[in-house]
Design a protein around this ligand. Structure first.
Ligand SMILES: Nc1nc2c(c(=O)[nH]1)N[C@H]1C(S)=C(S)[C@@H](COP(=O)(O)OP(=O)(O)OC[C@H]3O[C@@H](n4cnc5c(=O)[nH]c(N)nc54)[C@H](O)[C@@H]3O)O[C@H]1N2
Ligand SMILES: Nc1nc2c(c(=O)[nH]1)N[C@H]1C(S)=C(S)[C@@H](COP(=O)(O)OP(=O)(O)OC[C@H]3O[C@@H](n4cnc5c(=O)[nH]c(N)nc54)[C@H](O)[C@@H]3O)O[C@H]1N2
Ligand SMILES: [Mo]
Length: 746
């Protein structure tokens, strides 16, 4: 980006409204044409249509909006998929890897859908067409030549359907490894670990309906206006029903401040509903101190806890109170950057409330102490008896549209023993019993030469993972890298000695007459059936890709019925039904309009922990010490991207246009560094003996707490050290990266 092209305006006061509707239509029609575009939009999130490939926010259980059950960013995701542009062999013959590498992520993605399998020979500079059979043969040869199955890595992104995910893990375990890292390792892993340990289930407990019955909704470290826009509709309804909305975020995120519902007359007329009642601009990673402060304040007020719930359903309460007594409110206040008075005021507001929902996303999960912070949030809910009753509970808002389903299907490097035993019982082979690599361990294994074949079911491993340069070295170390993809991305260009791209059908594409199914953020499983004519007859569905790969690698080994699965996906669902609890009569239940809820012990007021009780957790407040010249950086999403897919260069709600290499800074921090708006800086750090630099970022003054800065993911991933990870979950610490900035001499 040339810095002079960037321009900034004010932060928008409200999200959505008419501009969002216009942008949706323009984007979809621009890529797919009127007929195809409107067909796609008309079927998105409808009971007979397909699941939006964007976020995992649930659809309403009852009535779906007749006009549109999607949001601006869902529309952008569909425009991305439904595009009529495609990459023919001529495109690859005309563009070398080196020349493609010159393009930005936005330019790469906008080239179109990958239309046939492509192969990059060792030492080659151009991808060339390859037949499906030949591609599978090459992958099988590579996999079968490794000295151990543990030298192969099988990554999954979160768009993969339940059917594809189940087959994929089945194949990978039959091949002989648990090396199944996934995007969840970088996303809500910390939530899964914390919730499992404290409450006995790694998923959230609320249903959409609970939002409408809640007295308080606390939203921490989440920007729903951009990343889960349909959540704003739920918040608007919750607020109309009297809920108090508390937002805890270093930034005043537009969607949380105000919202114009594009489906309501008032919204169309430009009238905002103000969503947030209490906004606490916490310092980056200050949540632990803030939550502990809140618990302390509630305890001081007295008679604010649900004693009966605590007595009957929890352990560790007395020890937790002893721990609270040791806290120093002024220290907690300083650590989170929120005045003690404000924390006390919030405690007063919560004093008599019994139905609290806590929502959170990456602002809590991607820190070193993420697991403990989420457990501290659970402590608050336990104090208030806010789990296992209507209008209350945990709501970790998931990212990718089927990331939760992929986990349920067994995409996990640390599979529980009961799951492995069920596989053994049903499929006649003994799955590997030792744990595999998660994402960070996989990068390290490839870097150290302990893994040599990398296979990705979707995603963009190079750009999504931390320490881009280090990860690039790791991928280049491989003998073979394979990407099952819809669109071109950086992971096709930074590759192993040989590389293969396998193009697949996307969510909105017709797949014969077949449908697949997905699980949303609230544990509802429902079917998804594509409606668009695929752009090429060379595309295969993900389930078919896995079956053909499995046949090529395993042959008839173990007698697994790969051919039958390909004939009809009902056969896959039948085998899921007999392997995974909660999926009994899968084929029948998934055909009910709107799908079905999976069992959830917390929802029923139960805790599947060793003690059958919920646990209060005791953990210290840890501070990240910053030297005078250091800043704490969070890497966040702009309004115009889905993870590493960059839709455009604007972040409309934050008032940033035509540029992504920006660093949002507090004016006081700019002053001490003698920086002014528009200056171009390099951002750097030294960690673990490695010097990292991200060059040429434009300074944008922004209301962000002192010593905190924000940049966009994935541009700033070069700065996230691979060995800076969350305790227990091993999630890369993408939201508290210690950096320095220096003015570039121009
Ligand atoms: N349109 C669109 N939708 C998406 C995605 C997308 O890229 N684009 N990505 C999908 C995926 S995979 C995911 S995981 C989700 C991500 O959804 P989010 O988690 O909302 O995404 P981020 O942009 O990472 O935003 C993190 C938010 O946390 C705040 N934050 C950062 N650090 C802290 C902190 O220390 N404390 C607190 N309290 N807040 C903090 C940031 O200011 C920001 O508002 O969205 C999903 N949906
Ligand atoms: N610094 C920093 N890093 C982060 C984050 C952060 O907040 N900060 N967030 C992390 C999070 S929460 C996540 S979830 C990860 C995301 O990591 P990934 O899931 O690996 O990345 P995506 O950008 O979502 O993957 C996009 C690619 O998926 C492919 N694709 C799209 N649809 C399909 C499909 O239907 N099938 C197949 N096979 N392929 C498809 C396309 O080729 C596209 O280029 O990134 C993580 N990385
Ligand atoms: Mo995510």
């Amino acid at each position: 980006m040339k810095p002079e092209n960037l321009h900034t305006g004010g932060i928008k006061k409200s999200a959505a409204g008419i501009p969002a509707v216009l942008i949706s239509f323009k984007k979809v029609v621009g890529e797919a044409g009127w007929k195809r575009g409107l067909k796609a939009l008309g079927h998105m999130n409808q009971k007979k249509g397909f699941d939006c490939p964007s976020c995992a926010w649930p659809d309403p259980d009852d009535e779906r909006s007749g006009i549109a059950e999607y949001c601006e960013n869902g529309a952008k995701a569909i425009a991305e998929e439904a595009t009529l542009k495609k990459l023919t062999p001529d495109f690859f013959a005309a563009n070398s890897i080196a020349s493609l590498n010159e393009l930005t992520d936005h330019e790469l993605g906008s080239k179109g859908r990958i239309a046939q399998p492509m192969y990059l020979p060792a030492g080659g500079h151009y991808y060339q067409p390859i037949s499906w059979d030949e591609a599978f043969r090459k992958i099988a040869t590579a996999l079968n030549s490794l000295s151990s199955p543990d030298e192969a890595i099988f990554y999954t992104s979160g768009r993969t359907s339940n059917e594809a995910a189940f087959l994929y893990q089945l194949f990978v375990r039959a091949y002989g490894t648990n090396n199944l890292p996934d995007c969840s390792n970088m996303c809500h892993e910390s939530s899964g670990v914390a919730l499992n340990e404290s409450l006995g289930i790694g998923k959230g407990s609320v249903k959409l309906d609970d939002f409408y019955k809640a007295e308080v909704i606390i939203i921490l470290g989440q920007n729903p206006g951009t990343n889960h826009p349909r959540m704003l509709t739920a918040l608007q309804k919750a607020k109309a029903n009297g809920a108090l909305i508390v937002s805890i975020n270093p930034l005043p995120e537009t969607g949380l401040m105000g919202f114009r519902n594009p489906q309501q007359v008032k919204g169309i007329l430009g009238i905002d509903s103000h969503l947030t009642d209490v906004f606490l601009p916490v310092r980056i990673n200050g949540d632990m101190a803030l939550l502990k402060g809140l618990a302390y304040a509630l305890w001081q007020l007295g008679a604010t806890f649900d004693d009966e719930f605590i007595r009957e359903h929890t352990t560790g309460f007395d020890a937790y109170i002893e721990h609270l007594k040791e806290q120093d409110p002024q220290h907690l206040s300083a650590a989170c950057g929120i005045h003690w008075q404000q924390i006390m005021e919030l405690a007063h507001l919560l004093k008599d409330k019994k139905k609290i929902i806590a929502c959170w996303a990456m602002g809590l999960t991607q820190h070193r102490n993420a697991v403990d912070t989420i457990k501290e949030l659970v402590n608050l809910l336990l104090l208030k008896g806010s789990i296992g009753k209507e209008g209350a509970g945990t709501c970790p808002v998931r990212g990718h549209s089927n990331v939760q389903g992929d986990r349920t299907m067994g995409i996990y490097e640390k599979p529980p023993q009961v799951f492995l035993d069920a596989l053994e019982r049903n499929f006649g082979f003994k799955p590997p019993q030792h744990h595999g690599y998660d994402t960070v361990d996989a990068i390290k294994a490839m870097h150290a030469g302990r893994a040599a074949v990398f296979f990705a079911m979707g995603g963009n491993f190079l750009s999504a993972t931390p320490d881009t340069e280090y990860t690039a070295e790791a991928l280049r170390n491989c003998l073979l890298t394979v990407q099952v993809s819809t669109k071109l991305n950086r992971s096709h260009l930074v590759h192993g000695r040989e590389a293969i791209i396998l193009p697949c059908l996307a969510r909105s594409d017709k797949d014969g007459g077949q449908f697949v199914s997905c699980e949303n953020s609230m544990g509802v499983v429902q079917q998804s059936k594509g409606v668009l004519e695929p752009v090429s007859d060379q595309l295969l569905s993900e389930p078919v890709i896995v079956c053909r790969l499995a046949k090529a690698v395993l042959g008839a080994k173990y007698g697994i019925m790969w051919d039958r699965y390909m004939q009809h996906y009902d056969h896959i669902r039948d085998d899921i039904a007999r392997t995974i609890p909660g999926f009994e009569n899968y084929n029948e239940k998934v055909r009910q309009p709107g799908g079905f809820y999976l069992p959830n012990c917390n929802r029923d007021g139960k805790f599947d922990t060793a003690t059958a009780k919920a646990h209060f957790n005791i953990a210290p407040v840890t501070m990240i010490d910053l030297a005078d010249d250091e800043l704490l950086m969070m890497t966040i999403r702009s309004h115009d991207q889905f993870n590493t897919t960059v839709y455009g260069l604007d972040d409309r709600y934050r008032g940033i246009y035509n540029g992504r290499r920006v660093i949002l800074m507090n004016q006081a921090d700019m002053n001490t560094r003698r920086l002014k708006k528009g200056d171009v800086v390099d951002i750097s750090n030294d960690h673990g003996g490695r010097h990292r630099v991200a060059e040429q970022f434009v300074v944008v003054p922004y209301p962000i707490p002192a010593q905190c800065v924000a940049t966009y993911f994935p541009e700033a991933n070069v700065l996230v050290p691979v060995d800076s990870v969350a305790e227990k979950s091993n999630t890369p610490v993408s939201k508290s990266v210690v950096v320095k900035v220096s003015l570039r001499s121009q």
